[in-house]
Write a protein that binds this ligand. Structure first.
Ligand code: FAD
Ligand code: FES
Length: 255
């Protein structure tokens, strides 16, 4: 599938926000799904060979967006792509979040993990849920897209580790209300592990979106295996096909 870059904006030191026009992709993409993206537009560039996974951040009419951070070569090449460039990506992949109705929900996002929570918050708002967003980062430069979340969330609570925005704390330390039916989280693994321990036994469902390194995105290479509890057993799951969204209470964070 291909699409055309509408903009590729630098938001802060390491964060970029890209909008891509692709009516075909937008038709099928659900909150929490991801896609494999070719990070360079020139076909003669073979390095990096593999496509990189990114979450659907938002959808507006015929366009979708990605919020991304600079990590290595792929994201650096991505950050250099200009408006109107044609880029190539897969269909929407993975299972996505469940969309509940008439519930009290919490979204907990850390750093770039906030990305898939935006499109999710739109779908949850359309289904009459009350939404509280908890958004944490190391510093103010990690906090983005608040103006979009203000349209969908009923309450927004922010923390940064250096106190440059919101409370000076880890995001899991400022959660004092546990009166939610379902919690959705995406961010660094230690944060998601803490979110699960904070809400364990207090809410029925905790959905975590895992970020494993992926090579094929299609279930063939087994490069993205994670471990989950199934009854008394611990079993392997492919993050790209059976995930990336899993029941937080069942994820085995360390073997
Ligand atoms: C389902 C899914 C959705 C994602 N959504 C987003 C998104 O919306 N926005 C975003 O910015 N990123 C997202 N990511 C992460 C993104 O895929 C990686 O940041 C990207 O592949 C890095 O590519 P690169 O070529 O820049 O870095 P590379 O050259 O591949 O890596 C540079 C260094 O970073 C380490 N590294 C790279 N990727 C990861 C990772 N996933 N976990 C731990 N270490 C890693 C490598 O070991 C290496 O040392 C997502 C990942 C998954 C699996
Ligand atoms: S990335 Fe290949 S099996 Fe998941």
């Amino acid at each position: 599938m291909t699409g055309k870059i509408v903009f590729n904006k630098k938001l802060s030191d390491k964060y970029y926000y890209m909008k891509i026009e692709s009516p075909e992709f937008v038709k099928n993409a659900k909150p929490g799904q991801f896609f494999m993206l070719k990070t360079q537009s020139f076909d003669y560039l073979v390095d990096p060979l593999l496509r990189r996974p990114f979450g659907v951040c938002d959808i507006e009419e015929d366009c979708f967006t990605i919020l991304y951070t600079l990590v290595g070569k792929g994201t650096y090449l991505l950050s250099n792509l200009q408006t109107s460039t044609e880029i190539s990506f897969s269909n929407p992949l993975g299972n996505g979040f469940s969309i509940v109705k008439n519930k009290n929900v919490a979204l907990v996002g850390g750093g770039v993990g906030i990305a898939p929570l935006l499109y999710l918050s739109k779908a949850l708002k359309d289904n009459n849920n009350s939404i509280t967003l908890y958004y944490g980062g190391k510093s103010i430069g990690d906090i983005h897209l608040l103006e979009y979340f203000e349209n969908t969330c009923d309450y927004i609570k922010i923390s940064t580790e250096d106190g440059s925005l919101g409370e000076k704390a880890l995001i899991t330390d400022i959660i004092t209300n546990f009166d939610y039916d379902i919690v959705y989280t995406c961010g660094p693994k230690p944060m998601m592990k803490n979110v699960v321990s904070v809400f364990q036994d207090k809410v029925e469902n905790i959905e975590v979106s895992l970020d494993e390194r992926m090579a094929c995105g299609l279930g063939a290479c087994l490069g993205c295996i994670i471990y989950v509890k199934e009854g008394d057993n611990i079993v392997q799951k492919r993050c790209c096909v059976e995930g990336p969204v899993f029941d937080g209470n069942k994820v085995v964070w360390e073997l």
